[in-house]
Ligand binder design. Sequence first.
Ligand code: ADP
Length: 444
Amino acid sequence: METPPPTKPVEVAQEESRDLRNTLTYAGMLTLVLGIMIFASSPVAISLAIPPEQTSLMAIASAGVAILGLLALWRNLPVRLISQVTMVAYTLIITLTVHYTGGPVTPMPALYMLVIVVASFLLGRHGAMLIAILSIACYALMLLTEYSGSVSLIPIWGMEIPLRERGPLLVINWLIVAIPALFTAQLSGILAERLQDTNAHLRESEQLQNSLTHMIIHDLRNPITAVMGGIDLLLMTMADQMDETQKHLLENTRHSSQMLVELVNELLDINKIEAGKFVLNLGTVDLYRLLSESLNAIKATAELEKQHLALAPAPEHTTVIGDEHLLRRVIANLLSNALKYTPANGTISGSLTHEGDSIVVRITDTGPGIPEKERERIFEKFTQVQEKHIQRQGTGLGLTFCQLAVNAHGGQIWVESEEGEGSTFAFRLPVAGPQSAEVNLRSV
Ligand code: ADP
């Protein structure tokens, strides 16, 4: 039976395309600067004795190769093919530049080494070796055409050396370029391979670690649920035989077990979204209904804590395409934070606005606010603001989950806050919903 060809992991392909994009961007910028410098015939260009016209054309050509490469990447052409074509194009352009800037007397052949090093990272050891062989073949061809007189003779090291004496000098000159080119290809190829191997090992061990963590977290849920069941049973059947302290202790234990279950659930969800295994259950979601139902759900707790709840009137358009269950949990998480951090007599309010092609949900509280330097960080895993006056009793995962869920819908989440005044957590969702139901880490 024929085995299917191994598919390249998505992450590796993304990495390669990012490497190529960076290479082309830098190459394009560098050559554009060089072109401008030569056109302007700046003192630097003059001191390098670079003839402006042809070399500018070469600079423009290499910037053109970079732009075409970026366009090809944008059109989703295979990364490897674009890398091969651009590396070959750069080798040819460098050969012409070497010729126009003085053939054997120019320092330009050093540019071959640069292309070989880049090729080793983009095309591997063999690819770099092929580019090195192409470079030295092109260089040999150029010297040969100069020697045979097909193109104008260029003085070597400023001397008009007679044709018959030029041969050995040109061979030496060629060797001076050829030997380092081959060495560079070999060495940078080995280095690139080692880096790729290390990367692959790291990725493998990270995956192993992730799946182990996932297994442990998953297996934690059952014993905790059993503990909670036991406590519930005790509270239901034996509450009247217990004194207040015993009851209080049991209730505290139940509360802590509940928090552990929440932590486990959040960790499992975050793992799932990050691993790209979360499939959104898309449908039409009325965000205003979700917001008002979620506010209703916290009404009793808010009353107990003497907090006020408010909901702004609905705008004309309140629906988006999304995963209702996930979005409900986002709102619940933000409201639960607002409840946690708002003092008695404070207000928690919700509002919805229709802005262009999106709907923005805002949840505002009159809590302690969040210091500016912490505002970006609070969306990271396990981040909690270290403030004395804030009572910490969460997991530091709620906002990470909210960000992953909102981003998976093609939206953004952010916080606006004034220290001592309160915070507004807002998220924007496109009315048309995410482009795909597959949650992809790239969109997260
Ligand atoms: P936690 O479970 O700790 O609440 P989150 O990820 O939900 O975890 O929040 C991260 C941190 O952001 C919190 O520990 C808190 O310091 C800060 N934070 C979140 N919401 C608010 C809010 N409404 N007011 C003040 N601080 C907040």
